[in-house]
Write a protein that binds this ligand. Structure first.
Ligand code: PLP
Ligand SMILES: N[C@@H](CCOP(=O)(O)O)C(=O)O
Length: 463
């Protein structure tokens, strides 16, 4: 499999190199040159397979000959061996048609572990043949950071510098990052919001001399391997609910558009997806874009679902690439315009995004959905999942189509917000006990490229 940039002007890479790369050198994101497909019979054959075997069949076309089948199976087995549920991503029924897909049974209690447990192993495997040292730079609104740090702490040949917005992640999320004392882990609290942190990361990749001097790499969903790993659970869930004979809809709490884009990839590969509901909080740029064509940034508002307090959604560019008929040169122009004005209008191409529907969920509606899950299904869910569930209950499809909400985080990551909404305080799973007894370590820096690059240059290993 070969990977091309959404902006059409960067080297074409294979799976190994796309995994070690971050942003493409033309500022775009890497995507497969064409979408692989699984036939109806191949999808039917997934019934009854374990998560690891399902992942093997879904990931194999993306990995190509970068790993043998046995090597890939070994890595998947190790990655998902760290999950606390035998099904890895179990399904739970809420009522006749509503389901939860629990994605939070990994080490840091959020869906990010599903991809990052694998990515950590892929980095190690690919670096083992090389004399290179990677400097991973990432931005987090809370969950990517902890999952990436957990996956990379103590690994040879990698340093990780993780930027989070100062004071805008939950205490649990922050401590999951800042109490990790491995010498290759460097936490930076940026005086700004998540969009500022993400823009700094992209600016570091676009600074060609800095990027090559420190061999920058990415753990955010700009890294293709992240999304590949997330495609798997759409297949795993849908097959359990009757695919390929029966279409299934998904509701996805959305911020950076990575998780829902993985659902789109599953549909492109042949999975019968009836609808992808893009559930946003009041930071609703994606809802406005998909429902009216208005993709313009507003001011980020802090909410009880802080991981989705995002305006500029990285992966939306990957969808735009398809909507512009994969014309990289045209999209490069469109994206340059957006970067200059922070605004874009979607025209006729919006009609090609009919698989998506969107819904904006404010704080009251989030709390209502959280209480509904407690009262009707005895499930305590987190605020991000509650946003997905609120949107799922608006899906307008025939009653026999199951609707699966992606449960993206464990409620214990957001105990104050969950208690405010439901009156119940979630308890911390044993694997994360002691978090509040440990010492924290992080630097605080202004949201300025020079300051962040200087901090990293003082600590990173030059290539
Ligand atoms: C708990 C949680 N839910 C939902 C999201 C949104 O996912 P995505 O950024 O892939 O749209 C995030 C952040 O990525 C998250 O951490
Ligand atoms: N919500 C995310 C934001 C970064 O998203 P990513 O999927 O691109 O890594 C977070 O928790 O950090």
């Amino acid at each position: 499999m070969r990977y091309v940039s959404t902006r059409g002007n960067a080297p074409v890479l294979d799976f190994e190199n796309v995994t070690l790369a971050g942003l493409a050198s033309d500022g775009g994101l890497y995507v497969p040159e064409s979408w692989p497909s699984l036939s109806k019979a191949e999808i039917a054959d997934l019934a009854g397979l374990s998560y690891v075997e399902t992942a093997l069949r879904v990931c194999r076309p993306f990995v190509g000959d970068a790993l043998t089948e046995d090597e890939l199976r070994d890595l998947l087995t190790q990655a998902y061996g760290s999950f606390s549920h035998a099904a890895v991503t179990p399904l739970k029924q809420l009522d006749e048609r509503q389901w939860l897909l629990e994605l939070f049974h990994g080490p840091t209690l959020a869906f990010k572990d599903v991809a990052l447990q694998l990515l950590g192993l892929l980095f190690e495997r690919f670096l083992s043949n090389r004399s290179e040292h990677l400097t991973v730079v990432g931005a987090t609104s809370g969950d990517t950071g902890s999952a990436a740090i957990q996956a990379l702490a103590g690994r040879a040949k990698v340093d990780i510098f993780m930027l989070h917005p100062l004071g805008r992640v939950s205490d649990v999320q922050r401590r999951q990052m800042t109490t990790v004392m491995a010498p290759n882990v460097h936490n930076i609290a940026v005086e700004g919001n998540f969009d500022d942190a993400q823009a700094l990361v992209k600016a570091m990749f676009n600074d060609a001399s800095f990027a090559s001097r420190f061999r920058l790499s990415a753990v955010n969903s700009i890294n293709w391997a992240r999304l590949m790993a997330q495609v798997v659970y759409y297949f795993y869930a849908a097959v359990r609910l009757g695919a390929p004979e029966r279409p299934v809809a998904f509701s996805v709490p959305t911020g950076n558009f990575g998780d829902v884009f993985a659902g789109y990839v599953a549909a492109k590969m042949g999975l019968p997806v009836a609808k992808l509901m893009v559930a946003t909080n009041v930071n609703d740029i994606l809802h406005r874009a998909l429902s009216t064509g208005d993709y313009s940034c507003g001011t980020v508002q802090p909410t009880a679902a802080p991981s989705m307090d995002i305006q500029v959604s990285s992966n939306f560019e990957r969808l735009l690439f398809d909507l512009h008929d994969r014309d990289g040169a045209k999209l490069a122009g469109v994206m340059k315009g957006f970067e200059a004005t922070k605004s874009m209008t979607l025209g006729n191409e919006r009609a090609k995004a009919e698989l998506f529907e969107s819904y904006r969920v404010d704080e009251d509606a989030m709390a209502l959905a959280l209480r509904w899950a407690c009262a009707n299904a005895n499930e305590l869910i987190d605020p991000h999942t509650a946003i997905g569930l609120a949107a799922a209950r608006k899906v307008d499809l025939p009653a026999d189509v199951p609707v699966v909400t992606l449960a993206t985080a464990h409620p214990a990551k957001f105990p104050d917000a969950v208690e405010r909404a439901s009156g119940m305080r979630p308890s911390m799973p044993a694997r994360c006990a002691g978090l509040f007894d440990r010492e924290e370590r992080y630097a605080t820096l202004p949201a300025e490229l020079g300051a962040v690059e200087a901090y990293i240059a003082d600590r990173a290993v030059a290539a």
